[in-house]
Design a protein around this ligand. Structure first.
Ligand code: ADP
Ligand code: MG
Length: 390
């Protein structure tokens, strides 16, 4: 019987896990004792995440009886990584307190994913005059520009842990705060459940709306897609250049976007938007989840810190011919390439969503600068390839 297909109800199962762990001893797992706690997950060779490497039986024993003040446990934190073996991080936060209560798991995962130590401090710089423009951002290669960041409300569980009533309360508070905003940021809230399928598809096709979480994804396996589409929705201004997603992966995703390559205009609007949302929530007695060390807190530890992803839709027909090579080049420039419809989608017509890869340990301005410089470099490389192909 293979490890992956072993029957968990079989009373020899824990022995089998112990034997496999001893045999496999993944590179970065500390020595393992044969004492396997009864609730220890069945990790297979397909489990790639840092969570699965860090969570030894000893660590699981240490954490298994701890609860946050809202009653959340380590099993809720790791469930998505157990059920979705290919994930890189493999754990989520269920509330703000998780990072403290299960520190022994999150600290090493965060350190490995972000190269960010428990003693490091979050950096902030929202001043676009500190950005250096690039002459290489040729508009012929760039369709649109977007900046987004996750924000969540202190005192309420994050989507993996939110009950139906918690989620509706998050939606009510955010809707009320957003509807207080005016000027070019003022707009309306559109609940997902009240959209027709055609409206929903159109919003998605236009790159304004989040994807519907499918089975086997981080969100569905974390329990964050329960009751879909209840209490999910999108706020946007008239121009659809300032948008807020509600109750997708985080309580909020605050987004600024527009056609073209004017990153300064997009970034400045994002800064004004996120500042105005915070002010409006504070007026109602609420604040974002955040602290000096972790910055802004959200569901996925990959989005801590600034939570900021600045992207451009860039046409890279030749560079994109070898997607693995493109991924390598992007990685060396501190970038990530996504397809034309968001994470894990394909690039249609050579159009890639190129964004900064890091989120924490660098300020917003530094991350946007990484995106500007990297996209400029990719366009230069694409032009060199065009010359070679002539
Ligand atoms: P995130 O979760 O980081 O907000 P996703 O990968 O889920 O991003 O993408 C959300 C949507 O935003 C998708 O439709 C994607 O194509 C779109 N998008 C991302 N970057 C840009 C951009 N620069 N211009 C236009 N749309 C974009
Ligand atoms: Mg996403």
């Amino acid at each position: 019987m293979s490890w992956a297909s072993s029957n968990f109800s079989d009373c020899g199962c824990l022995d089998e896990i112990a034997t496999k762990l001893m045999e496999a001893t993944p590179n970065d797992v500390s020595p393992i004792s044969t004492e396997i706690p009864p609730g220890y997950p069945l990790f297979t060779p397909e489990h790639k995440s840092y969570m699965s490497k860090v969570l030894t039986p000893e660590l699981y024993s240490l954490l298994k009886d701890r609860v946050t003040s809202s009653g959340f446990t380590i099993d809720q934190v790791i469930q998505t990584g157990v059920d979705t073996p290919h994930l890189g991080v493999g754990c989520v936060a269920v509330d703000e307190e998780c990072f403290q209560v299960f520190k022994e798991l999150y600290d090493p995962v965060i350190e490995r994913w972000h190269n960010y130590k428990p003693s490091d401090s979050h950096k902030v710089d929202l001043d676009s005059t500190h950005l250096t423009p690039s002459d290489s951002l040729d508009p012929a290669y760039i369709k649109s520009t977007r900046v987004r960041a996750g924000r969540s409300l202190r005192g309420l569980p994050l989507p993996p842990g939110a009950s139906r009533s918690d989620r509706r309360e998050v939606e009510r508070l955010i809707k009320t705060s957003l509807e207080r905003m005016d000027g070019d940021l003022g707009g309306s809230y559109f609940p997902l459940g009240q959209m027709t399928p055609e409206q929903e598809d159109q919003m998605r096709e236009d790159h304004f709306l989040f994807q519907k979480p499918g089975g086997g994804t981080l969100l569905s396996n974390a329990g964050a897609a329960r009751d879909w589409p209840d209490a999910r929705g999108i706020f946007h201004n008239h121009e659809k250049s300032f948008l807020v997603w509600v109750n997708e992966e985080d309580h909020m995703r605050v987004i600024s976007m527009q056609n073209g390559a004017d990153i300064i205009e997009v970034f400045d609007r994002w800064v004004r938007g996120v500042t105005a949302v915070r002010k409006s929530l504070e007026d109602g007695g609420y604040d974002f989840m955040h602290n000096e060390h972790l910055g802004y807190i959200g569901t996925c530890p990959s989005n801590l810190g600034t939570g900021l992803r600045a992207s451009m839709f860039v046409r890279l027909l030749l560079l994109g011919e070898d997607p693995h090579k493109l991924d390598e080049i992007c990685s060396s420039l501190g970038l990530q390439a996504r397809g034309s419809a968001g994470e894990h989608s394909a690039a249609i017509g050579g159009w890639y969503d190129i964004s900064n890869k890091a989120r924490i340990g660098k300020s917003e301005v530094e991350l946007v600068q990484t995106m500007i410089d990297g996209v400029g470099k990719l366009i230069e490389m694409e032009k060199d390839l065009e010359l070679e192909h002539k």
